[in-house]
Design a protein around this ligand. Structure first.
Ligand code: SF4
Ligand code: SF4
Length: 630
């Protein structure tokens, strides 16, 4: 037997007993000098952040205590000044930042490296009285985490050619020009403070922290977090909370749960979101098919109006009213990337007539969820909360646009709601990273989920929809449908390999009824800028017919809200996964999706109909006047 001092009292204990066993035997619990709300979501019983005791003047956590044997004269305290000081520091950090303090300390190795280059230390940074800035409603910059490496500034300038960020040499801070910023979030991927260093990976594995919602290191530049609002909505019995998730998520969310990049997890996502409490689990891919119906039809009308295709060649009757109203400007530009739309409105307002009026899949989804689906399910649209999970930070900006409330206008016209009850089509947007956090808060491990399917109505999708998530996918999907509608013949070869590569700008020529039309694809805003300059100045791309633009390198799969790291390797693996999904699906063309046929039959009647126009199409604004230099 040995005698140890436990919380000031002598205790006789059998030799060979571990400190952990002793604490259990004596009924001791880990002390909490004060509670913070985030503790509710820490389920790791061995959490080394909050479960600490003092052994011979040093802090020890459960892993250490389970291996540490009692010794004669050992002094063990479960409640002491040292523990209180440590917990105060750690819990305050957790409460304020929603990040594990231990992960932060390890992550600071990156900062130390940067310090060697003459940058500023964590200690000094904490003393700085500099307010964080936000690029509403998407991006946040926290100067206390920033090591001033300027990688974000460089990415914004070279990859995106936006130059929204600058360094104030005098104050030593990163500044943002909100008018320029496209909210693409590529700067987030450049920030070393959010890239999990090796030591953090080892730590997380050792302490089994991977499923903790606070174990991912935060970047000094990151998305504005909306997880709390979604969590509250899920708990509210008055709300009917539905969810859609983007094409790219199925090839990337697994990475947040330790799976290899490019692991397809579609069925597991349906299962996980259902268990998280969503009343309906639907899929943005359904809306991607809807987008193709609308955008593809708009393109056909533009081609007729521009005299490239005659009405008589078409196997369907052209609606003269629609033809009258449609814009004939070519090339038609795709409109589903909100970072690209913001960029075009800001830097190339003269090209706005080229933009397809079709809303993005996210926004089409919200508009039909709160009208068509609400009606079918007998749900009051005011009680429906639509949560959209996206690989993109600009989607938060898109949902916030004043004009994106067409479901409200629909019900207002019907006299169901009043002017003062205005609600948006989409209530909350979470990034892929925030979605992982939400699932971890709910105690859900995606890797252990079974494969399930979506709920009926807005969940079925085709291969054309799934490739929306990668560069070239929207173009390819549109061509699959437009070709068959225009020619009335089935397309023999569905894949356009030349458009699916990771080259920055890609071109192809397609034969439609004997006529050659030129199409192009650009991803990353610096590539978009090259094409915009060419179209604006009557260059090579001015006589193209259709051009796809995506703000992020690789398309949505490389979006600013995707798992970190997002780099060439992860992008390639995710693209391959989406292509596999496309090839495996029984239906690969948007116009063959049974639920798409149903929504037109029961509700919208036909593409670009009056109702479709009200709910699924939009307009754009010249934002160039907001530029400081304007
Ligand atoms: S969000 Fe995009 S445009 Fe805005 S600062 Fe970051 S990289 Fe630049
Ligand atoms: S926000 Fe991140 S990338 Fe930008 S300067 Fe600070 S540490 Fe570097």
């Amino acid at each position: 037997m040995v005698v140890v001092k436990l919380d000031g009292k002598d205790v006789e204990v059998e030799e060979g007993t571990t400190v952990y066993e002793l604490l259990q035997k004596e009924g001791k619990t880990f002390w909490r000098p004060f509670e913070v709300p985030q503790l509710e979501f820490i389920r790791n019983e061995d959490c080394p952040l909050i479960n600490i005791v003092e052994v011979d003047g040093r802090i020890a956590n459960p892993k250490i205590l389970k291996g540490l044997k009692v010794k004669e004269g050992m002094v063990i305290n479960t409640n002491s000044k040292l523990i209180e000081d440590k917990l105060t520091e750690r819990l305050n950090w957790l409460k304020e930042k929603e990040e594990c303090y231990l992960v932060r300390l390890l992550q600071e190795f990156v900062a130390c490296e940067a310090e060697n280059g003459g940058l500023i230390s964590m200690e000094e940074r904490q003393k700085w009285e500099i307010d964080p800035w936000i690029s509403l409603p998407s991006i946040l910059h926290d100067p206390k985490l920033c090591v001033r490496c300027q990688n974000c500034i460089e990415t914004c300038k070279t990859v995106q050619s936006v130059e929204a960020l600058a360094f104030d040499e005098e104050k030593g801070v990163v500044l943002v020009d909100e008018a320029r910023c496209a909210r693409c979030g590529q700067c987030i991927h450049a920030c070393p403070m959010g890239k999990e260093i090796g030591a953090v990976k080892v730590f997380k594995k050792w302490f089994e922290c991977e499923l903790c919602p606070y174990s991912r290191p935060l970047g000094a530049i990151r998305e504005i977090d909306n997880v709390k609002e979604v969590w509250e909505a899920l708990k509210d019995p008055e709300k009917f909370v539905v969810v859609e998730f983007a094409p790219a998520l199925r090839a990337s969310l697994g990475e947040e749960f330790g799976m290899e990049p490019g692991t397809l997890v579609t069925g597991k996502i349906y299962a996980a979101l259902r268990r998280a409490g969503f009343d309906r689990v639907w899929d943005t891919n359904f809306a991607a098919d809807l987008t193709i119906m609308e955008e593809g039809t708009e393109l056909i009308y533009r081609l007729v109006k521009a005299g490239i295709i005659s009405k008589d060649e078409l196997p369907f009757e052209v609606d003269e009213e629609v033809l009258e109203e449609v814009n004939s400007t070519l090339p038609q530009f795709t409109s589903c990337s909100p970072g690209w739309i913001k960029f075009c409105e800001t830097f190339y307002p003269e090209l706005i007539p080229h933009l397809s009026s079709a809303k993005s899949p996210q926004q089409m989804f919200g508009a039909v969820a709160k009208t068509y689906a609400a009606e079918k399910l007998g749900i009051d649209p005011r009680k429906m909360v639509v949560v959209s999970i996206m690989p993109c930070t600009a989607k938060k900006f898109e949902r916030n646009r004043d004009e994106m409330c067409d479901a409200f206008k629909y019900w207002l016209e019907k006299g169901v709601v009043s002017e003062d009850e205005k609600f948006p089509d989409i209530d909350y947007v979470l990034t892929t990273r925030e979605c992982a956090k939400l699932l971890k808060m709910a105690g859900i491990n995606l890797a252990e989920m079974p494969d399930e399917g979506p709920d009926p109505l807005l969940g079925q999708y085709t291969g054309a929809a799934t490739i929306f998530g990668r560069t070239g996918g929207v173009m390819e999907a549109a061509l699959r449908t437009a070709y068959e509608i225009i020619t009335g013949k089935p397309l023999e070869k569905l894949e356009f390999e030349e458009l699916g590569t990771l080259e920055g700008v890609k071109t192809a020529t397609i034969k439609l009824n004997g006529k050659e039309i030129k199409v192009a694809v650009a991803h990353g805003l610096s590539n978009a800028r090259k094409i915009c300059e060419s179209v604006k100045n009557g260059g090579e791309f001015a006589d193209y017919t259709f051009i796809e633009f995506m703000a992020c390198p690789g398309g949505c799969i490389g979006g600013g809200g995707q798992p970190i790291p997002t780099n060439k390797e992860t992008i390639k693996a995710r693209v391959d996964a989406l292509n596999t999904d496309d090839r495996q699906l029984p239906i690969r063309k948007s116009h063959e999706n049974p639920e798409i046929k149903q929504i037109y039959e029961d509700f919208l009647k036909k593409p670009v109909s009056k109702l479709a126009h009200h709910l699924l199409h939009t307009h754009y604004f010249d934002r160039s006047k907001e530029l400081k230099s304007a």
